[in-house]
Write a protein of this length. Structure first.
Length: 127
């Protein structure tokens, strides 16, 4: 399932019992939406969570609310790893300013990065 960033609400995935792959493509810094959506996942078949973060959020780390949301997401993804062995992927593009993702990941996702539980993937630009 591929989800786009919503305007106000989250997506309820509780009935998606055969869900295997989940991708979030963020167009705005709605980290809370990702958290709320992930909290509804009940599929025992889920193998992969991929997040394409909003690059503006990478530059907005001084905002305490945004920083707390990233840490809440970090803790939730650690729980997914512990209960389902799901290693999340964060895909970033250098063209979008994502060059900061690898550098900022330890402060945004401290438990995942310190535990080596996350894949930071640079998306190649189309030629």
């Amino acid at each position: 399932m591929d989800t786009a960033t919503p305007s106000l609400s989250f997506t309820d995935l509780s009935k998606a019992t055969k869900l295997k792959y989940l991708t979030f493509r963020c167009r705005r810094p709605y980290i809370r939406w990702i958290i709320s959506t992930l909290q509804t996942v009940e599929s025992q078949n889920l193998h992969q969570i991929t997040i394409h973060p909003y690059t503006g959020a990478l530059r907005n780390q001084t905002n305490e609310t945004v920083r707390q949301e990233w840490q809440d997401l970090d803790q939730l993804l650690v729980q997914f790893w512990a209960s389902h062995s799901i290693r999340p992927r964060f895909v970033y593009s250098l063209d979008d300013g994502g060059r900061n993702m690898r550098y900022r990941a330890p402060s945004m996702l401290p438990e995942l990065t310190n535990g080596g539980l996350v894949d930071l993937v640079e998306q190649s630009s189309p030629s």
